[in-house]
Structures are given as C-alpha cells and as structure tokens.
Design a protein around this ligand. Structure first.
Ligand code: ADP
Length: 636
C-alpha cells in the first residue's frame, strides 16, 4: 500500500534549496544520525590499526619485549569490529537514502497528479520523466551521502591527531601532500563539471529522440522515415560521444597526478622517517604506520572535490524539482467543497420523468482561452436538459471538444459559468464532479492492463459481472469474448493490439461502469467502417438512455443519436434545432457538414439530401441515420 511521504518540501521560496529540503532529512534524522555515528565509530577503529601495527613491529619484532600474537589478535579483532560497524553504517545510510528518495518521488508524483491539464499542454513528457528520476536521484545522493562523506573526511583530523601524538615532525610530513590532493581533486571536478552537465543534457535529449521514435513508430514507418530518424539518433549519439571523449581527456590528464601524489607522500615519509630512525629519533614501526596513514587519508581528500560537484548538481536538480512543486494546481477544490449533489440513480429508474433526470447542464456566457492564450469559447450559451442528448456540430477548432473539458473541469472557464443541476462545477469537489461526468474521448487511452482492469479503471472494485454488463451495454462484450483470454487479455501498450473501434467501445464501457448521470462523448475522428460504427452506436444508445449527454459529432450517423443539434462557430452557439430544421434553415450547418473529411459520412450529405434521403448510398453513414434516428426516437 502507498505510504504517505513523511515530510514535504518547505514552501518558503526565500530559503536556500538545502533549507527547503531539510524537512525531508529531518523526517529520517534518526536513521541518518545512527549511520553517521556508526561510520564515525568505524573510522576511530580504523585509525587504530596502523598504530597497533607500529607497536607490534617496535615491541614484538625489534625490541622483543612483547608477544607478537597479542598484536596479531588485536588487529584481527579491530578488523572484525570495523567490518560489523561499517556494515551497519552502510545499511542505515542506504536506508536513509532510499527513504528520502521514496518521499521525494511521492511528493513529486502526487504534485504531478494534481497538476492542471494546462501544465501538461506546456511541458514535454520526456523532460518530465527525466526530472522525476535523475533529478530526484541527484538530490537524494547529496542529502544522504553528502553528510556521510563529510564524516569520512573527519578521519583526516582524527588520524592527524593520532599521528601528532606519535611523532610531530613526521605527522606534518605525512600530511603535507593532502591539501594538494584536495586542491587537485577540486580542480579536476571543476574541469569536469561543465562536461558532465553537457553529458547529462545530451543524454536527456537522446532519451527524447528515442522516446519519440518508439512512441511514434507507426508514423515513422508509415512515412518510411526510418532513415531520417536514424540520422537524428546518430547525431544525438555523436554529440554524446564527443562529450564523453572530452570527459575522458580531462580525467586522463588529472587522474595520474592524483594517483601519484600519495606516492610522493610515501617517499617523503620514508626519507624524513628514515633519517630520523637512523638518528635514533623514531622507530621503524612508525614509518610503517605512517605509510598506512598516508594511503588511508588520501581517498577522503579526493572526495572533497566530489562533494562540491554533487552539491552543484543537486542544487540544479532541486531547482528543477522545485519548479514543478512551486507551480500550484490551478484547478483546486473550493475551500468548502459541497458533497456530490444527488444526480445519480438513473440506471434503475423506469420512468424517464422521475427524479433521476434532474441533472441539466448549462453553459452560461462561457468564455475560455487555453493557458497558452488560444481563445476557444467566446460567450457560449447552451442548456442541455436533464436526460437530453445534444449533438454539437461545428468546424474543426470551433470549440466543440472544449465544452466537455470545461464540464469535467479539466480547465476553468475564463468567464461565465458551467453548471450541473444548478451547481457551478467550481463549487463541487473535483473527485465527485468527475465521478458524475463520464467522458469518452475521441482517442481513448488504454493502459497495458487486462481488458477487465481497463474497463474497471474508474471503479477498481467492480466485479466481473459489473464489467461484463458495462461491456455488453457498450457493444464490447461480443469481441472481448472472442479474444484469447477474454476479459483477462492484456492489451498492448496504449491498447495498440485493439482496433480503433474496439478501443472506443472499451472506453465507452469504462465510462458506463461509473454510471455517470452526465456523459460526454467525443466522436472518433478516425474513419471506422460502417459495421463497427453501427455496433458502437448501438452501444451508445443504450449508454445514453436516461443520461444527460453531450456528443461532439464528427459524422452524420452520430448526429442521428441526438434529439437536438447545436451548431457551434468560433466559440459560440449560432443555431440549434433538429437535424432537419438546421438543414432547412441554416446554410452554415450544411456547409460544415459538407466540409467534413470524406469517409466520415458528412460529405455524402450534400448529394444524398439533394437526391432524397431514401436513395442515400449505403456505407456512407447516411443510411445509418434513418435507422439510428428511428431507433433513437423509439427509446426517447
Ligand atoms: P474542436 O473540438 O471544435 O475541433 P477544440 O475545442 O478542440 O475544437 O479547440 C478550440 C480551439 O482551442 C482551437 O483553436 C484549438 O486549436 C485550441 N485548443 C484545443 N486544445 C488546446 C490545448 N490543449 N491548448 C491550446 N489550445 C488548444
């Protein structure tokens, strides 16, 4: 089950990124502190070992005043202790890291899920995916591993103090090269940093190209554009190669320096220590111990550079994550959202004038422009009586699909208001509003789940018989039972293993399962053969019974499903009436129908109506009209 994140990001924009992220660390501070304390303890044990070696050499081997095995046992014991402590420290650190990552991921995803549609109109999905994975990782790394690396750097201090107690001049000699290693480490990271940025952004770009290629593979293939796409890929890959080669060049310039400086340190310890031993001012064991210290100390100094780079990367990543988190959700629940008004109860109502049909839908002087500024509706007035089915007809871009999006409050109106059963949609809780308004989009999205789960998407607890009933009503059952695993057949990604008409019917079933009193159907714009169309329409007729339905009609046969037609032009309703009325009185209606693309039924209209409807050619949708409207009126 999903566990809510233990903390959130501090919303105070004036604070630094680290201060804003602090609550995340604080929520897991017990774990992180345990890990840091343990790792410090491990370091204390670790720096003892060279000292025991020194005493073993000096006392047991050179002076022969003590037993050698005692020291051997000591070292073995310390090593085991260090192993156990390091195991625990590492375990706790990784747990902290993944707990922080889990919280951050959930914070980001929860926010993304609340983002308004306008946000998704703007951003690129590839970019979002990269933000939600690599950026989260970068911040997590710094928040958890940063403190741990700092603790490891304290080993230098502890070891230095220990060395000072053994031999002051030699301690200074042993430490002499460390600051240089530290500086070199920082220098190398500084040189590499811009290149690693370049690599990151170029990898993201490549991911976008690959993503588009895979998502758009049907288009790529249908235009035989594989060659062009490969060229684009090759160019992206080439840019990445170039950046990696630069990275390699910088590394191969700095790494030998960084690797060999410690050897210079060893040589210095041998020189100065050797002279001191010869002069009787130091012991042989001291030289051996200091050798170990020199080797032990250089990794933390090298890591100093890494910390700085991790910090820079985390800061940039945090900036991008905060950009998402700081974008507020525009469509929000009203402060005291009303519970869902009782619009439901339609399915079982035998009498159409009974209480269940009260959910009338009104658009009152609605103005709307999309977040990018594109105007869509310009003072539109439309009332759909409870239980009525209205077809909205208009030229492409006239604002038809926008109506459904405003009704379900994917966007908020810029002016006027949209009401259901007298309630402004903005006064309702989003979740209840959306359970009252069923939407069948023109290009339904199916998840790579079973057919059952796709239909039950809005009501995961639905039983198989509920699902079958919805599918039957939508005219989907007949093809589903023929699939290899019936309702358990898993559809390919986005449902590409199904035909357009089949996907449409699954989407209708999905909407019907919620039994919404208000239904919005966006007619598929793609051509579907007449037989499938009739099946869908048969399903739709059952679906619409007793519901307030708005159909965005792209084809003549769909218009026939409605009792009233509304003609929309440039974001306004310009005429309303029955199909026949409009044909007779409104020249613009005829023009819109005639302008519809061939194969979608409208284009046949001009000829057909001129020739008399009874002679309309079969298969162009017009003949379906007669039957459908006949069937429609009998059920109305
Ligand atoms: P129709 O369904 O009649 O073809 P729409 O309601 O989809 O028209 O669109 C109305 C206008 O809004 C058009 O100019 C269209 O380009 C624009 N539009 C539609 N969707 C978006 C969107 N997500 N972002 C910006 N503009 C949009």
């Amino acid at each position: 089950m999903r566990r809510a994140p233990k903390a959130s990001i501090d919303p105070d924009l004036r604070k630094s990124w680290l201060r804003r992220a602090y609550p995340l660390v604080k929520a897991h501070r017990a774990l992180l502190l345990s890990s840091l304390v343990l790792s410090f303890a491990g370091l204390i044990v670790q720096v003892q070992i060279p000292d025991v070696v020194r005493r073993g050499i000096d006392d047991a081997i050179v002076a022969r005043t003590a037993s050698l095995t005692t020291y051997v046992w000591w070292i073995a014991g310390l090593a085991v202790a260090q192993g156990v402590i390091n195991f625990l420290a590492r375990l706790y650190l990784l747990r902290t890291a993944y707990e922080i990552e889990y919280d951050l991921r959930n914070i980001v995803y929860a926010h993304l899920a609340r983002m308004p549609f306008g946000f998704y109109d703007r951003v690129q999905s590839g970019e979002l995916m990269s933000r939600s994975s690599s950026d989260i990782r970068a911040v997590q790394m710094y928040l958890s591993f940063g403190p741990s690396i700092l603790v490891q750097c304290t080993i230098a201090l502890v070891a230095f103090v220990l060395m000072l107690t053994i031999n002051v001049p030699l301690a200074i000699v042993a430490m002499a090269t460390m600051p240089i290693i530290g500086l070199l480490g920082v220098g190398m990271r500084k040189a590499i940093h811009p290149v690693s940025w370049l690599i990151q952004s170029r990898l993201a770009r490549l991911a976008t190209v690959v993503d588009e290629n895979i998502q758009g593979v049907r288009i790529v293939k249908s235009f035989a554009a594989e060659g062009r796409q490969l060229d684009a890929l090759a160019e992206s890959a080439d840019r990445i190669r170039w950046a990696y080669l630069r990275d390699a060049k910088i590394r191969s310039r700095w790494n030998p320096l960084l690797d060999n400086l410690p050897r210079l340190g060893l040589a210095l310890v041998l020189l100065v220590g050797g002279i001191m031993v010869i002069g009787g001012h130091a012991t042989v064991g001291t030289i051996v111990a200091f050798n170990s210290y020199v080797l032990m100390l250089q990794p933390p100094f090298r890591m100093l550079g890494m910390i700085i780079m991790m910090g820079q990367r985390a800061s940039a990543s945090a900036g991008r994550i905060y950009e998402i988190l700081d974008t507020g959700s525009e469509v929000v629940d009203p402060p005291s959202a009303a519970p869902p008004p009782p619009l439901t109860g339609l399915k079982t109502e035998p009498d159409p004038v009974d209480a269940g049909l009260r959910g009338d839908v009104r658009f009152e002087g609605v103005r709307f422009a999309y977040p990018n500024g594109t105007p869509a509706l310009d003072g539109l007035d439309l009332t759909i009586e409870a239980g009525e089915t209205v077809a909205v007809v208009g030229a492409t871009g006239s604002g038809k699909s926008t109506l459904g999006r405003l009704l379900a409050r994917f966007y908020d109106v810029t002016g006027g208001r949209v009401t259901i059963a007298g309630h402004d949609v903005r006064s309702l809780r989003l979740s209840s509003l959306r359970s009252q308004v069923g939407i069948v989009p023109d290009e339904p999205f199916l998840f790579s789940l079973s057919i059952h789960d796709n239909i039950a998407y809005g009501r995961p607890d639905a039983t198989r018989s509920d699902v079958v009933a919805a599918a039957t009503a939508a005219g989907a059952d007949e093809f589903v039972v023929d699939l290899p695993d019936g309702y358990d057949t898993v559809v390919g990604e986005r449902g590409y293993t199904l035909s357009g008409g089949q996907r449409q019917r699954i989407a209708i079933a999905r909407a019907l399962l919620l039994d919404p009193p208000v239904l919005v159907l966006d007619d598929a714009t793609s051509a579907i053969d007449v037989e499938v169309e009739q099946q869908i329409h048969a399903g739709l007729q059952t679906a619409m019974r007793g519901r307030t339905t708005l159909i965005v009609a792209h084809r003549l046969s769909t218009i026939a499903l409605a009792s009233r037609v509304v003609l929309v032009d440039r974001g306004r309703v310009v005429a309303t009436g029955t199909h026949e009325d409009l044909l007779a009185t409104e020249p613009r209606y005829g023009r819109v129908l005639a302008a519809a693309p061939a194969g979608l039924g409208f284009s046949a209209l001009g000829e057909a109506s001129a020739a008399g409807s009874s002679t309309a050619p079969e298969g162009l949708g017009f003949s379906a009209l007669g039957e459908a409207s006949a069937a429609g009126s009998s059920t109305a």
